[in-house]
Design a protein around this ligand. Structure first.
Ligand SMILES: CC(=O)SCCNC(=O)CCNC(=O)[C@H](O)C(C)(C)COP(=O)(O)OP(=O)(O)OC[C@H]1O[C@@H](n2cnc3c(N)ncnc32)[C@H](O)[C@@H]1OP(=O)(O)O
Ligand SMILES: O=C([O-])CC(=O)C(=O)O
Length: 370
């Protein structure tokens, strides 16, 4: 038995949800480029769960369900108010999603239709929870979700407490489409491992949130923003990045386990970042990001991943950096739950082996003699 560090190149299972072949990302066989330009996030979520794009009636029904499920229990809101105000938002989200299970009488029901309903429920409630966490942290009352809005619009509405502008809604909706699924990424794999023991969907999503939080995965978008803040301005980019490159330190938002010639999602976020900077008449963040990319790609050949330009996009949408990774979760919960449902379709517990490299033939010595 020989281990492969980080399971690189290991095919862990089959899946029909998304694929990355020769750098091309598809959801259920649809090219991400097509979906990014034409599909709404709700259509994409439906596609991931049910394997086909919805027709008008199916999309209408899904939106009705999302509207019905979007409010969260008042008791959960009261609990969230007791979380420390300066806590990490992903840690708070992980706790809240775990707690949400306690208010769902069907949490442990393994019926397929009921689990599909729970997937839609989680998708509907995650944005409500993230917006509520943000407002509570700022000492404000959470805003109730409004019926008839898209997930992107409703989230921005609950966050800001006022109707968002069309540009912000469009940008966020496209970002949600781009982040929805990505075959066996770390958080999806964590979710699948959890539910393969026949544990419940909330446990699977809680595990996935825990894995997404890390800066080598979803947490990188927040880390990119922290780096941009630390650099401070275009004139400091060169010395800061050069120093990191010389020290062979990790630069957040670059590199990828699967894409070696660039992440197909990054260009949309870059375009979005540029367009927002042109609209706002302030291109500082965008120009800093471009300069960083020139240096990192130029010297190391590493390309920006989905997290790099999302940082400047979300900041220009007026969203605080603590919400960047939770927004990733708002999108990815569609993929996580689709994978959980797929895992159960032909389940087997996920239990690989370890290559033992520890000591051998140790003899027990009683405690007084150690
Ligand atoms: C949604 C997402 O999860 S996208 C990824 C988000 N994560 C980040 O942006 C964090 C920064 N990036 C990284 O840490 C890595 O590129 C990962 C975690 C994404 C992928 O990790 P791996 O597949 O294990 O990359 P791996 O270590 O094989 O990289 C190859 C080489 O490039 C280097 N490298 C990879 N990414 C970076 C980076 N961002 N900055 C500097 N060097 C890097 C590695 O140090 C390694 O160098 P070496 O061969 O001299 O040891
Ligand atoms: O696939 C990965 O390893 C990480 C990633 O880009 C994602 O989850 O979107």
């Amino acid at each position: 038995m020989t281990a492969t560090k980080g399971l690189e190149g290991i095919v862990a299972a089959t899946s029909s949800i998304s694929s990355i072949v020769d750098g091309v990302l598809t959801y259920r066989g649809y090219d991400i480029n097509d979906l990014a330009l034409h599909a709404s996030f709700e259509e994409v979520a439906y596609l991931l769960w049910f394997g086909k794009l919805p027709n008008v009636q199916e999309l209408y029904d899904l939106k009705q369900d999302l509207d019905t499920f979007a409010p969260i229990p008042q008791t959960l809101i009261e609990q969230m108010k007791l979380y420390p105000k300066d806590t990490n938002t992903m840690a708070a989200l992980r706790t809240a999603i775990s707690a949400l299970a306690l208010y769902d009488e069907e949490a442990d029901d393994m019926n397929r239709t009921i689990n599909e309903k729970k997937a839609i429920k989680l998708q509907a409630q995650l944005p409500t929870i993230v917006a509520a966490l943000s407002r509570i942290r700022q000492g404000k009352e959470p805003v109730q979700p409004q019926k008839g809005l898209s997930i992107a619009e409703n989230f921005l509405f609950m966050l800001r407490g006022e109707q968002p502008d069309e540009t912000s809604i469009k940008a966020l909706d496209q970002a949600l489409v781009l982040h929805a699924d990505h075959e066996f990424n770390a958080s999806t794999f964590a979710g699948r491992v959890t539910v393969a023991t026949l544990s419940d969907i909330y446990s699977g999503v809680t595990s996935a949130i825990g894995a997404l939080k890390g800066p080598l995965h979803g947490g990188a978008n927040e880390a990119v923003m922290r780096m941009l803040e630390k650099i401070g301005g275009i004139d400091q980019v060169e010395s800061y990045i050069q120093d990191k490159l010389n020290k062979r330190e990790i630069i957040m938002g670059f590199g990828h386990r699967v894409y070696k010639n660039g992440d197909p999602r990054a260009k949309y976020l870059q375009t979005m970042s540029r367009e927002l900077s042109e609209m706002k008449g302030n291109s500082d963040l965008y120009e800093m990001s471009v300069k960083i990319e020139e240096m990192v790609t130029g010297q190391k050949g590493l390309k920006p991943n989905v997290d790099f330009y999302s940082a400047s996009v979300y900041t220009q949408l007026g969203i605080e950096s603590e919400l960047f990774t939770p927004i990733f979760a708002i999108s990815r919960v569609s993929g996580w739950t689709a994978h959980i449902l797929e895992q159960w379709e032909s389940n087997r517990i996920i239990r690989p082996r370890a290559e033992y490299i520890g000591l051998h033939d140790q003899k027990y010595i009683s405690i007084e003699l150690r």
